[in-house]
Design a binder for this molecule. Structure first.
Ligand code: PLP
Length: 459
C-alpha cells in the first residue's frame, strides 16, 4: 500500500540499520512492523506474523503486557530520571538490585547497571582488569573467549565476541583478548574428521580442554578471565554437550581464572532456570544481562558481580566507571514489574516443566525432514542445521544461501525464524502456548518444504 511505500522510501533514504545490507534493503524495502500482541506482530500491510525470535531474543513476556506499560508510565510521571552518581540513588534501582540479589545464584548480591548487553560486557572487561590490578596481579590481562561467540557491538563487546566478520571491520580484537574454538561438533569435525566417532560427552570434555591449552599457551599467570554464553545464541544456537561447562568451571578453578557468564540471551528464564549458568552447572564470578530483564520494553542491562569480586573491587575507594543511564529509574521500574510478573505466572518453571518439553518434542520432530539434522532445543531456544545431502551428511556451500532462502519462506508464511548460515534458529516468547508452538513448527515445516522445492528446482 502507499503508506508502506512512503515509509520504505524514507527508511532507505535516512535510516542506517544495524547489521543490514543497505543495497538489499533499498531494493526490497523494509518490512515495517507496527504493533504486537502476545506472540504475534503485524506489519503495515496488515500481515500477522508469529514472532519466533521474541523481537531480538528479548520480548520474553510477549507483546501488550499492560503491567509493564503502567510501571513505565507511573515512574515517568513521578520521576523520569535521576542519576545514581556521587552518593545519590533512586528507588526503582534499589528495589531492582534487591530483587536481582534474590533471584540470582547465592554468590551474587550486587549489580552494576548499564543500558545494554554490550555496555555490560564492556563494564566487565574493566572490572576484571581492575580486580587483578588491586590484587597485585596486574599482568593478568588476557580474557579468553570463543570463536563465533557474540558479546555485543561496542569495541570491547565485538572484541570479546568471536565473529570474524566483525573483527575485520575496525581492526579488532583489541589487545588482550584471544579466542578458542566453539563447542560445535559438526563444525569442528569438518576440519578434524578424525574426531567424528567421539560421543557428545567426550566431545564436550575435549572442547573444554581447548581452554586449558590456551591458558598454558598464554601463560596461566597472565589470564584474567574466560567469557562465554551458556548457549551461543547469535552464533546459531549452539547447545553444548552436558559435559562442557562443568569442565570449563573445573579448568577456571584450577588456574584461579574468573568466569563470566554472558546471560544476555539465556538469563531470565530462557533455558528453564532463572539464569543459564544454573542449567549448565557453573558458578560464575560475573553474569552480564540485558534484553529479558525488561522483556525488551525499555533498554536496560547490567552485570551481577560476585561477593568475592565486590570485596576486592570496592574495598578501597571508587571504581571510575558508569553511564548516565546506569540505574535509569524508568527502566528499573519496568524490570521490577517484569520480574514480578514472571514470578506471578511461575514462568521459569513453566518453561522447564511444560512449554520447554512441549517445544522439544514439537521442534525435534523436524529431524524427519529431508533437509534437516540436529534439530535440538534447550528450554525456549532451538536450532537446526540444513544439509545438502542428508544421507551423506554433506553441508551446503555458503553461496547456496540456504538460510536466506528458508528465512524468506518463513517470513512469507508469517513466521520470524532467524538464519545463521545453514542453521535456522528460534527463541520464542516464554509465554508461548502449546497451540502457538504447534503453529510455529507447522509454519517452519512449510518453509522447509518450500526451501526443499526451490533447491530441487535449481538443480
Ligand atoms: N551478549 C549476547 C549473548 C547477546 O546475544 C547480545 C545481543 O544480542 C549482546 C551481548 C549485546 O547486547 P546489546 O545488543 O544489548 O548490546
Amino acid at each position: 500500500n502507499t503508506k508502506t511505500a512512503a515509509l520504505q522510501k524514507l527508511d532507505s533514504a535516512h535510516y542506517l540499520h544495524p547489521f543490514t545490507d543497505h543495497k538489499d534493503l533499498a531494493s526490497k524495502g523494509a518490512r515495517i512492523i507496527t504493533r504486537g500482541e502476545g506472540v504475534y506482530v503485524w506489519d503495515t500491510e496488515g500481515n500477522k506474523i508469529l514472532d519466533g525470535m521474541s523481537g531480538l531474543w528479548c520480548v520474553n513476556m510477549g507483546y501488550g503486557q499492560t503491567e509493564l506499560v503502567e510501571a513505565a508510565t507511573q515512574q515517568m510521571t513521578v520521576l523520569p530520571f535521576y542519576n545514581s552518581f556521587f552518593n545519590t540513588s533512586v528507588e526503582p534501582a534499589i528495589e531492582l538490585a534487591a530483587l536481582l540479589a534474590e533471584i540470582t545464584p547465592p554468590q551474587f548480591n550486587h549489580v552494576f547497571y548499564s543500558s545494554s548487553g554490550s555496555e555490560s560486557n564492556d563494564t566487565i572487561l574493566r572490572m576484571v582488569r581492575r580486580y587483578w590490578d588491586i590484587k597485585g596481579e596486574k599482568q593478568r590481562k588476557t580474557i579468553i573467549s570463543r570463536k563465533n561467540g557474540y558479546h555485543g557491538s561496542t569495541v570491547a563487546g565485538a572484541s570479546l565476541g568471536g565473529m570474524t566478520g566483525m573483527h575485520e571491520q575496525g581492526d579488532l580484537p583489541i589487545p588482550g583478548i584471544v579466542h578458542i574454538e566453539q563447542p560445535y561438533f559438526r563444525e569442528v569435525v569438518k576440519d578434524h574428521p578424525e574426531l567424528k566417532d567421539l560421543s557428545e560427552d567426550e566431545f564436550g570434555v575435549l572442547a573444554a580442554g581447548w581452554l586449558e591449552e590456551k591458558i598454558l599457551e598464554v601463560g596461566a599467570d597472565k589470564v584474567a578471565a574466560f567469557i562465554g554464553e551458556p548457549v551461543q545464541g547469535a552464533g546459531g544456537v549452539i547447545i553444548p554437550p552436558k559435559t562442557y561447562w562443568p569442565e570449563i568451571q573445573r579448568i577456571c578453578d584450577k588456574y584461579g581464572i574468573l568466569l563470566i557468564s554472558d546471560e544476555v540471551i539465556c538469563g531470565f528464564g530462557r533455558l528453564g532456570t532463572w539464569f543459564g549458568c544454573e542449567t549448565m552447572g557453573t558458578k560464575p564470578d560475573f553474569m552480564t544481562f540485558a534484553k529479558g530483564v525488561t522483556s525488551g520494553y525499555i533498554p536496560l542491562g547490567g552485570a551481577m558481580v560476585s561477593d568475592r569480586v565486590v570485596d576486592v573491587l570496592y574495598q578501597d575507594g571508587d571504581f571510575n566507571h558508569g553511564y548516565t543511564y546506569s540505574g535509569h529509574p524508568v527502566a528499573c521500574a519496568v524490570a521490577v514489574a517484569n520480574i514480578k510478573l514472571m514470578q506471578k505466572l511461575d514462568l521459569v518453571n513453566r518453561v522447564k516443566n511444560d512449554t520447554g518439553p512441549y517445544l522439544k518434542q514439537a521442534f525435534e520432530s523436524l529431524n524427519d525432514h529431508p533437509l534437516v539434522a540436529d534439530a535440538k532445543t534447550e528450554g525456549m531456544v532451538a536450532g537446526l542445521v540444513m544439509l545438502k545431502d542428508k544421507a551423506n551428511n554433506t553441508p551446503f556451500d555458503d553461496d547456496d544461501n540456504v538460510g536466506m532462502i528458508c528465512r524468506g519462506h518463513c517470513f512469507d508464511n508469517g513466521l520470524v525464524m532467524r538464519a545463521v548460515g545453514d542453521r535456522m534458529i528460534i527463541a520464542p516468547p516464554l509465554v508461548i502456548s502449546h497451540a502457538e508452538i504447534d503453529e510455529l513448527v507447522r509454519l517452519a515445516r512449510l518453509a522447509l518444504d518450500a526451501t526443499w522445492a526451490d533447491l530441487k528446482a535449481k538443480n
